[in-house]
Design a binder for this molecule. Structure first.
Ligand code: PRX
Length: 634
């Protein structure tokens, strides 16, 4: 079977892939020439397990690569960003205009004392200024730490404090479904708990007056008015950090994933091209928020490094009508759409007529990311949206991988697609599916998806936490990078992602650590114990379900009241995306005799599976109680 397996993979392999796997260092050295370097590296890879240094001794600037080099060529007046607000207003920024704004904002940051190596937090919705702020940081060598604007003030403080960010860039108001969300209120609350934070810069949105805190807060426009129009890009070492992005892990606190400049930018640029085969006339719309890795690699760094035109949309894709997304594609002539299965399923529910009212003939490729796509949604995307003309690029990757690692390489080779499979390991990625000891499993067997050798997009580490880096990625299965996803390979060598192997939920494509949510629940004085599991959901893929036991003084209170309070509490501490879809109040948890909560049993009960042998439980009546409650909730 082993040789058969290898044979199939080799047959599907492009010449580029063969080259990459035969001599990775030579290969990546060639690929890195897609960037403009101030100084060439002396060594392609320094691999001191588990730490990789890419393009050692090489010098470059990421902002220069995404902006300056295009204005020197014939893209000076090309649209870099087409922005659309939820209210329908539009703004187009050419590469030259982007260059000007980035330079000026880089100077604004310098004037506030931001230096190379300092951290700048960005807490903004999808506005052009968010991209400008990221690139301005890169220009002066500051490390950006983008925080999703749907996160709560506590989550924001935690990320500012952990990274010791000096400056925060934000806005006063966020528009969502026609409603205004007071982002400034959240920032004010958060800033109170952040000792490292010296200044907050607000991009004004709407016409309200913004109350500024004297000496701390500034308005973007006012600072920009006094800024110099040119700032030399800082020459960075290839291995200097470009950004930190926090993501959920299996334990309580979020992990600060660090990506370094040269390797990350090479990988984001090349995978952008290998996946989509970018042409100069493409209008690329990735609907991800810049608060997530997809927003970093395929809204900002990948497309802009290639000099593409990107679309950025501020609001909800089904507002004010279910056809908003299709309208935007038609209006701006989008050629490549990259979105998440949860969005596709939601739009599919509204029905075909909303799609068919629009001319989507500009589309040439459709992408999906963030979670496994179910074949029904895949087929709808392919036939209704793409009119059977657009291949579906199911791209599997993670915050940690920096760019796509399993994907159909449309830019270099066509492979027959299978709905629900992300197809094959990408160029230069040596992936395998193994058991817990690292032994390859036979085809059609569930195993752990791993990557055997370092690649340039691989995270540089976890911010100030080398031990956790080792433990999270390299010690699970010794010698290889563990993705923490289950997968299987079929007889044709296609890889099928089966979901997380750890306690991380994937809710509408967003990672939520069950441990993080449990930790927040027990931080509430009402809650004695909590256990969180994921329940399959037709639209979101998965939703969190919480079980809690109450502290004695709260036991008699009406459950609806408690539920409301807990939901509000999670909204405030973690943000709306983490709110459990159901909360069960139980008098005891099913536990082993050693006191471990059996989440596996809770999950089986919720999804309606046979729970099997429960003789290891300390008290089986806990199961009966939950069964009763489940009956009541149906
Ligand atoms: O479980 C996998 C799932 O999303 C996780 C990574 O989440 P995050 O770091 O937030 O990055 C999301 C966007 C890259 C993975 O461990 N995932 C991502 N893409 C896919 C996927 N699951 C199945 N198919 C995909 N295409």
């Amino acid at each position: 079977m082993k040789t058969g397996d290898k044979y199939i993979l080799l047959e599907k392999m492009s010449p580029l892939q063969k080259e990459a796997l035969e001599d990775p260092e030579k290969f990546w050295g060639e690929q890195a020439k897609c960037l403009d370097w101030e100084k060439t590296w002396s060594k392609v890879l320094d691999w001191d397990y588990p730490n990789a240094e890419w393009f050692v001794g090489g010098k470059l600037n990421a902002c220069y690569n995404c902006v300056d080099r295009h204005i020197k060529g014939n893209r000076r007046n090309k649209a870099a960003i087409i922005w659309e607000g939820e209210d329908g207003s539009c703004e187009v920024l050419t590469y030259y205009e982007l260059y000007r704004q980035v330079n000026m904002f880089a100077n604004v940051l310098q004037n506030l004392g931001v230096e190379k190596g300092d951290v700048v937090a960005i807490y903004m919705p999808m506005m052009t200024e968010a991209v400008v702020a990221m690139l301005a940081c890169a220009r002066i060598g500051a490390i950006h730490n983008t925080v999703f604007s749907g996160f709560s003030s506590e989550a924001l403080s935690e990320r500012i404090n952990n990274s010791k960010a000096k400056v925060l860039v934000s806005t006063n108001t966020l528009y969502r479904r026609g409603k205004k969300i007071d982002l400034k209120g959240i920032v004010d609350k958060s800033a109170l708990n952040c000792n490292s934070l010296n200044n907050v810069i607000y991009v004004p949105r709407g016409d309200e007056d913004i109350k500024l805190s004297f000496g701390r807060d500034y308005l973007w426009d006012e600072l920009m008015a006094g800024a110099r129009s040119r700032v030399e890009p800082e020459i960075m070492d290839s291995n200097d950090p470009l950004f930190i992005l926090y993501t959920s892990g299996t334990t309580g606190s979020p992990k600060g994933v660090v990506h370094a400049t040269g390797g990350y930018l090479t990988y984001a640029t090349k995978t952008m091209d290998w996946t989509w085969g970018i042409e100069d006339t493409d209008v690329f719309w990735c609907t991800a928020d810049i608060g997530w890795i997809t927003g970093h690699s395929y809204v900002v760094y990948g497309p802009l490094s290639l000099g593409s035109t990107i679309v950025i949309y501020e609001g909800a894709i089904d507002y004010p009508e279910p056809d908003r997304l299709w309208k935007i594609i038609e209006k701006h002539g989008v050629t490549i759409l990259y979105t998440a299965p949860t969005a596709i399923r939601m739009l599919m529910k509204y029905g075909e007529k909303w799609v068919k009212n629009h001319d989507l003939s500009t589309l040439r490729l459709l992408g999906t990311v963030g979670e496994p796509i179910n074949p029904r949604a895949w087929k709808w995307y392919y036939s209704v949206v793409g009119d059977k003309n657009c291949p579906i690029c199911d791209c599997y990757w993670q915050t940690e991988t920096g760019g796509h690692v399993i994907y159909p390489p449309n830019g270099i080779q066509t492979v027959p697609l299978k709905p629900g499979s992300a197809s094959f390991a990408g160029v230069g990625i040596e992936a395998d599916i193994v058991d817990k000891d690292g032994k390859s499993v036979p085809p059609n067997t569930k195993g752990n998806l791993i990557i055997k050798k370092p690649w340039p997009g691989m995270l540089k580490g976890l911010w100030n936490d080398p031990e956790r880096y080792k433990a999270s990625y390299w010690n699970k299965i010794p010698g290889v990078f563990a993705t923490s996803d289950y997968a299987t390979k079929d007889d044709d060598g296609y890889i099928w992602i089966l979901g997380r192997a750890d306690e991380v939920l994937n809710v509408a494509g967003h990672r939520i650590g069950t441990a993080e949510l449990e930790h927040e629940l027990v931080s509430n004085p009402m809650v004695a114990e909590s256990a969180v599991i994921g329940k399959p959901d037709e639209v979101k893929g998965e939703v969190p379900v919480a079980f809690v036991t109450l502290n004695p003084e709260y036991v008699g209170r009406p459950k609806e009241e408690l539920k409301k309070e807990l939901i509000q509490y999670i909204r405030d501490t973690m943000g709306p995306i983490a709110i459990p879809s159901i909360i069960f109040f139980v008098s005891k948890m099913p536990k082993t005799r050693s006191g471990k909560i059996m989440r596996r049993i809770l999950k089986k009960l919720v999804v309606g599976e046979e729970i099997g042998d429960i003789s290891t439980l300390e008290d089986t009546t806990s199961v009966d109680e939950i069964k009763q409650q489940l009956k009541g909730s149906k």
